[in-house]
Design a protein around this ligand. Structure first.
Ligand code: AP5
Length: 211
């Protein structure tokens, strides 16, 4: 099973992707996590990627598409994969088609902008693993610390209020057109109400995948 998680920034894609990976044993590919890893390395590419991440704009297709197609060709994807954060615009969707990548299911996590702002402003992450928490909705066992490693959690720099606004603008302009792109394709497209509590969203996703 190859599946795509679509949704606004902060809709809960990364949180649900971790659960799906565990439950269904698929490779979990987050292009946001890939880009954050690149930005933590040294050199010109790292610096370039960092400027896109911190401003809330998309990393250009010529950097990201090849990396993603290469990642999908790795052996852990043979059993199926989950894409979180890719495609992000129509050209990336078409690039997947051109590379002959078959998608079985698209899950669209729908949610209001008001809820998104609450989620992103309360988000805390473990930078190394990408594990994501929320100070109220999904707190770690010990305040400010990652449940697995006990290391400090941080706030993502693109969760600053002015960058959240920019990311939402980018979503409406670039990513939203992908909803119709996939609705009109010969695959299963399911909209999930992602404004509900975490467990309820997970249950809907499990049912959609199992069906
Ligand atoms: P990326 O990392 O993909 O960010 P995003 O899509 O903006 O999504 P987020 O990670 O912010 O949110 P999420 O939906 O995963 O929510 P989460 O589960 O954390 O991309 C970052 C950047 O990388 C982009 O801006 C771009 O520059 C670059 N990039 C990435 N992919 C690219 C591409 N394909 N092309 C070009 N550039 C690319 O949840 C959010 C919060 O809510 C958490 O605190 C969580 O605990 C909480 N929460 C989750 N679910 C619930 C719930 N049901 N109820 C209450 N709280 C919840």
């Amino acid at each position: 099973m190859n599946l795509i998680l679509l949704g606004m920034p902060g809709a809960g894609k990364g949180t649900q992707a971790e659960i799906i990976q565990r439950d269904f044993d698929v490779a979990n590919i987050s292009t946001g996590a890939m880009m954050r890893e690149v930005s933590r390395s040294e050199g010109e590419l790292a610096e370039k990627v960092q400027t896109f991440l911190s401003s809330g704009t998309l990393v250009p297709n010529e950097i990201i598409v090849e990396m993603l197609v290469q990642r999908i060709s790795e052996s852990d994807c043979d059993k199926g994969f989950l894409l979180d954060g890719f495609p992000r615009n129509l050209d990336q969707g078409k690039a997947l088609d051109a590379a002959g990548v078959a998608i079985d299911l698209v899950l669209f996590l729908s949610i209001s902008e008001e809820e998104i702002v609450k989620r992103m402003s309360g988000r805390r992450v473990h930078p190394e693993s990408g594990r994501s928490y929320h100070i109220i909705y999904n707190p770690p066992e010990k305040e400010g610390l990652d449940d697995v490693t006990g290391e400090a959690l941080i706030q993502r720099e693109d969760d600053a209020p002015e960058v959240i606004k920019k990311r939402l603008d980018v979503y409406y302009r670039e990513t939203e057109p992908l909803l119709d792109f996939y609705r009109n394709k010969n695959l299963k497209f399911i909209e999930i109400d992602a404004s509900r509590p975490l467990d309820e969203v997970t249950e809907s996703i499990r049912q959609s995948i199992s069906n």
